[in-house]
Design a protein around this ligand. Structure first.
Ligand SMILES: *Cc1c(COP(=O)(O)O)cnc(C)c1O
Length: 399
């Protein structure tokens, strides 16, 4: 049975070429748009930035949008606009990319980790409630894998405690929650345009909001804290005069990137349809495998599927996640793990966070594997992933 011999044990891998877990889709129209931007008068903040912001704001149903040089910069700006300062506490999830919590540290505040719901892997409103203190200033909710967080409960906790909700929607551009689009639910919502996300600008991010005050603070923070608005200047204005009123950063996106983003927006619907279709193909393929738990979805949420994560059922397997991960990699399936709980990173350990803080997140972290999912995958790619998972899982299955 040479065919079934794992590549990890010297057998032939299910595919010859390595398949990454995520990848951008750039076509000739995108390339033309970037070339046109390069030939135009503006290569940094010009008219294309506003067009891209308008396109995203309209798509998510928000009044305002501000583009940034990365999603991380956008999160930093949101924390600034929310007025989060030293001694404030901000509640977030541990099962996320470090940036969701790092932005809290950037403004000198204290990240507080609330545990996750073991079914959705999203931050648990009950756990948020138990972490609220008089110092709590905001909640940063992450729409993990694309499935929106429990916004009704989160918004009601926020309202009762007069705190701000920042959505980290790096995974969920185009997702809906109870019929409403992600990006118009919380006080501010962050999107990322890193190449593995739904659309890309190389690096880039955006905040959407319906609040004019936040909008103006975000604009100021993006460009050194400088304002040129005559209404806001403290002195009689000369035509050349401007003021730096806050300690801002240079977090601007270029027009070159915005041209790419604007062109990508035209394909976003197709990208999302493909992700949803591929997630369904995976669900159907793994449905009857006892050793795999497929992603649970709340009926009120419609995910745009940034990530497809399987969870292994250790009781049905003769080995651990680590070996299954390595076996899949050997089959040339580009698996990944999202994420190492943030507070387990050495930096967070150094500043005082302890193992055991969020037991659900720590347990699930040991059992999850991210499979490749991106719109450009071919039918062949999908079949290879399914064949690889079936080969590896059946090899290690007990009974
Ligand atoms: C990608 C990502 C970010 C950061 O976005 P960048 O654009 O890479 O800075 C933040 N949070 C989550 C959950 C992400 O996946």
């Amino acid at each position: 049975m040479e065919k079934n011999k794992l590549a990890l044990h010297g057998g032939k891998p299910v595919r010859d070429a390595y398949l990454p877990y995520g990848k951008q889709w750039i076509d000739d129209d995108d390339i033309k748009a970037v070339i046109n931007a390069l030939k135009s008068d503006y290569i940094t903040t010009g008219p294309t930035i506003s067009q891209f912001e308008k396109a995203v704001a309209e798509f998510v149903g928000a009044k305002y949008a501000v583009a940034f040089s990365s999603g991380t910069a956008a999160l930093h700006a949101a924390c600034f606009a929310a007025g989060i300062k030293e001694k404030d506490e901000v509640i977030t999830t541990p099962l996320t990319f470090a940036a969701s919590a790092n932005c809290i540290l950037y403004v000198g505040a204290h990240p507080v980790f609330a545990d996750i719901n073991p079914n959705t892997y999203n931050i648990s409103p009950k756990s948020i409630q138990s972490q609220i203190t008089e110092k709590t200033k905001a909640i940063i909710a992450v729409d993990f894998t694309g499935q929106p967080a429990d916004y009704d409960e989160i918004m009601s906790i926020a309202k009762n405690n007069k705190i701000i909700v920042i959505g980290d929607a790096a995974h969920s551009l185009g997702s809906t929650y109870k019929g409403g689009k992600v990006g118009s639910i919380g006080d501010m919502t962050m999107f990322s345009f890193h190449p593995v996300k739904h659309i890309t600008t190389g690096e880039g991010g955006m905040i959407t909001t319906n609040n004019e005050d936040y909008y103006e603070k975000l604009l100021q923070f993006r460009s050194h804290g400088i304002t040129r608005d005559p209404q806001k200047l403290s002195k009689i204005n000369e035509p050349w005069y401007y003021e730096m009123q806050e300690l801002g950063f240079n977090y601007r996106m270029t027009d070159i990137q915005a041209a790419l983003g604007l062109s990508q927006m035209k394909k976003l619907k197709t990208f999302i349809e493909k992700r949803r279709e591929f997630a369904k193909i995976y669900n159907d393929a793994f449905e009857d495998m006892d050793a795999i738990i497929t992603p649970f979805q709340q009926p009120s949420c419609h995910s745009s599927w940034h990530l497809y994560i399987i969870r292994i059922n250790s009781e049905k397997l003769s080995t651990n996640r680590s070996e299954i991960f390595q076996a899949l990699l050997a089959e040339n399936i580009g698996v990944n793990v999202h994420y190492i709980p943030v507070y387990l990173h050495p930096y967070y350990q150094k500043i005082g966070y302890k193992k055991g803080l969020c037991p659900n997140a720590e347990k699930i972290y040991q059992e999850i594997i991210t499979l490749p999912l991106f719109p450009k995958m071919s039918e062949r790619d999908l079949n290879d992933v399914i064949a690889g998972v079936k080969k590896v899982i059946s090899y290690y299955s007990i009974d």
